[in-house]
Design a protein around this ligand. Structure first.
Ligand code: ATP
Ligand code: MG
Length: 492
C-alpha cells in the first residue's frame, strides 16, 4: 500500500525507461488495427489457464502495471489446447518484476527476462519491447545481437514473430487484445510473419526454423509471402550461435511432431548444408528406417505426456553415422570397443561445431552407444552388472529400436526385456535356460550375430563403462601388436 502511494506521487525510481516510453505518446500503427475480443468471440476456457500465470498477472496489476498472458499460451488457448508453458508480458521493468516475487531471477543477455518460480513451475515474464531496433547492435548480416529497448504494448506486438503469437489475454476481464489479425489467421489455420518477412528473418534467422516448427506442429499453412524468402535466406542460420540453433532443434524434435517437422524442413530447403545433423538424418539411406522409428516413438511419448531424453533422441539420429565410422575404424585396425569410442568422438565433434550439443547430452549419447555391444554378452556375471548401469533403460530402449529396424536380432531385445522385468530368482532361471540352450549347440546370442554389430566378446573387457572409456583414452598409444592382431581379425 505504502509502496503504491509512493509510486503514485513520485513514480518508481527505476522506471526511467517505462516513463520515457510513456512520454512519447504517438499512436503506433498497430493500435489502429487493434481488436478487443470478448469471451464470446475468443471462447477461451479459463480452466486451461495456469493458476500461477494468473497469480503473476494479478500481482503486477495490483501494483499498477499492465500484465497479460501472451504468445504461444494464448495461441494454444484459442486452439482449445492446454498450453505447456505460460509467458507474461508487462510494462514493468525486469527489476520491478523481480522485486514483487519471492523467487524471481533476471536472466538473458540478448533479451532480459524474469523467471518467476512457484515450486518447479516456471513463469516467464517479459517487459514490452520497443519497436526501434535501429540503434541495436547487429552482426555483419543484420542479425540483432542485443535488444533490451523497452516500449509500449503495440510496439511489443509488432516485434513478435507471427500474427498468431501476438495476442494478449487478460485473465482479470477475460479479453484478448489482437493487434495483427491473429484470430482471423487462427481460423484460417495460417502462419503469417508480422512485418516485412525478409527483414524479420535477417534480424533473427531462427524465425525460419520457428515457421517450420509451428506449421508442422499446428498443421497450419504458411502464407506465401512468409514462405517465399526462406529458401533464399536459409544460409543465414549459419551465423546464429550454435547453442541457440540447438535449443530450437530440441524444441522442434520434442514438439510431438518431430517427423513432420523434419519433412517440412526439407520441403522448405532448410535442411541442406545448414545443420550437419539434418544432412545425416535426412540423407542416410541405411538409417532412414531407424530414425523414422525413433522419431515416431518420440512423438508418441510426447503425445502421451511422457518425458523425452534429448540424449536418446540425438543418439538415435546419429547412430548410423556412428556405425559407419565404427566399421571404418575396425577395418583400419582398431579393436571394436576403442573403435566405437573413436567413432563416437568423431560424430560428436562434427555435430558440436554447429549444434553445440551440451556436454551432459553428449555424455548420455556416448553411454547409450557404448552400452550396445555389451548387450551381446549374456553369460556369467555380465548381465547382472549391465542392468545396474544408470543408463540401462535408455540403452535397452535403444536396443529395442535397433531390433525393430532390423539391425539386430529381436530375440536379443526380448531376452533383455524379460531379464530386466524379472525378479532375482527368475533372472537366475533365465540365465540357466540360456546356458542350457547354449550347451545344446545354439550360438551365444541364440541366433547369428547381426551383421553391423561386431562381436565384442572375444578380446575386450566390457565389464564397465568406465573401463570402456579408459580403453578409448589409451587407444592412440595402443601397442602396434594389438592393432595388427585386430586388423587380421577384421580381414578374416
Ligand atoms: P511454444 O509452444 O513452443 O512455447 P511459443 O510461441 O510460446 O511456442 P516461445 O519460444 O515460448 O514460443 O516464445 C514465446 C513468444 O515470444 C512467442 O509466442 C512470440 O510471441 C515471441 N517470440 C519468441 N521467439 C521469437 C522470435 N525469435 N522473434 C520474435 N518473437 C519471438
Ligand atoms: Mg512458450
Amino acid at each position: 500500500m505504502i509502496k503504491r502511494l509512493i509510486k503514485k506521487f513520485f513514480g518508481s525510481s527505476d522506471s526511467e525507461t517505462t516513463k520515457m516510453a510513456k512520454a512519447k505518446k504517438t499512436t503506433h500503427p498497430a493500435t489502429a488495427k487493434l481488436k478487443t475480443l470478448t469471451v464470446k468471440q475468443h471462447g477461451i476456457d479459463p480452466e486451461l489457464v495456469s493458476n500461477n500465470a494468473v497469480r503473476v498477472t494479478q500481482t503486477l496489476q495490483q501494483e499498477g502495471f499492465k500484465a497479460f498472458i501472451v504468445g504461444g499460451a494464448v495461441r494454444d488457448l484459442l486452439l482449445g489446447v492446454k498450453p505447456k508453458d505460460f509467458d507474461i508480458a508487462t510494462d514493468a521493468t525486469p527489476e520491478q518484476v523481480k522485486r514483487l516475487f519471492r523467487r524471481a531471477f533476471i536472466i538473458g543477455k540478448r533479451f532480459q527476462i524474469v523467471h518467476v518460480m512457484f515450486g518447479s513451475d516456471l513463469i516467464e515474464v517479459t517487459t514490452f519491447r520497443g519497436s526501434s531496433i535501429a540503434g541495436a547492435p547487429i552482426d555483419e548480416f543484420g542479425r540483432v545481437l542485443r535488444d533490451n529497448t523497452f516500449g509500449e504494448q503495440p510496439e511489443d506486438a509488432t516485434r513478435r514473430d507471427f500474427t498468431i503469437n501476438a495476442m494478449y489475454y487478460n485473465p482479470a476481464n477475460q479479453t484478448v487484445l489482437d493487434y495483427h489479425g491473429g484470430m482471423a489467421d487462427i481460423r484460417k489455420k495460417m502462419l503469417r510473419i508480422i512485418g516485412e518477412p525478409e527483414e524479420r528473418y535477417r534480424e533473427d534467422p531462427v524465425r525460419m526454423l520457428r515457421v517450420v516448427r509451428f506449421a508442422a506442429k499446428l498443421q497450419f499453412d504458411i502464407a506465401p509471402t512468409t514462405r517465399e524468402p526462406i529458401a533464399l535466406m536459409a544460409t543465414l542460420i549459419n551465423n546464429v550461435p550454435a547453442a541457440r540453433v540447438f535449443d530450437e532443434m530440441l524444441k522442434l524434435l520434442t514438439s510431438g511432431h518431430a517427423l513432420a517437422c523434419l519433412q517440412q524442413l526439407r520441403q522448405e530447403g532448410l535442411h541442406h548444408g545448414l545443420l550437419p545433423l539434418l544432412d545425416v538424418v535426412l540423407e542416410q539411406p541405411l538409417g532412414a528406417k531407424f530414425v523414422t522409428l525413433a522419431l515416431n516413438n518420440t512423438d508418441e511419448r510426447v503425445r502421451q505426456g511422457k518425458t523425452v531424453s534429448p540424449g536418446f533422441l540425438f543418439a538415435a539420429m546419429l547412430w548410423h553415422q556412428v556405425l559407419e565410422k565404427w566399421q571404418a575404424y575396425q577395418v583400419s585396425g582398431e579393436y571394436p570397443i576403442p573403435a566405437l569410442h573413436l567413432a563416437a568422438d568423431d560424430v560428436l565433434q562434427t555435430q558440436t561445431e554447429s549444434l553445440a550439443i551440451q556436454r551432459r547430452i553428449g555424455s548420455d549419447m556416448r553411454d547409450i552407444w557404448a552400452l550396445q555391444p555389451r548387450f551381446e554378452r549374456r553369460s556369467g556375471k555380465s548381465p547382472y552388472r549391465l542392468i545396474e548401469h544408470p543408463r540401462f533403460r535408455a540403452g535397452l530402449d535403444f536396443l529395442i529400436l535397433r531390433a525393430a529396424s532390423g539391425e539386430t536380432e529381436p530375440e536379443i531385445a526380448s531376452w533383455w526385456t524379460a531379464f530386466f522385468a524379472a525378479d532375482f530368482a527368475e533372472r537366475d532361471e533365465i540365465m540357466t535356460e540360456k546356458s542350457t540352450a547354449l550347451s545344446k549347440g545354439k550360438s551365444r546370442t541364440g541366433k547369428k550375430a547381426a551383421p553391423l554389430m561386431p562381436d565384442m566378446t572375444e578380446n575386450e573387457n566390457t565389464s564397465s563403462f568406465n573401463q570402456v572409456v579408459e580403453g578409448v583414452e589409451t587407444t592412440s598409444a595402443a601397442p602396434k601388436k594389438r592393432r595388427r592382431r585386430s586388423k587380421k581379425t577384421a580381414v578374416e
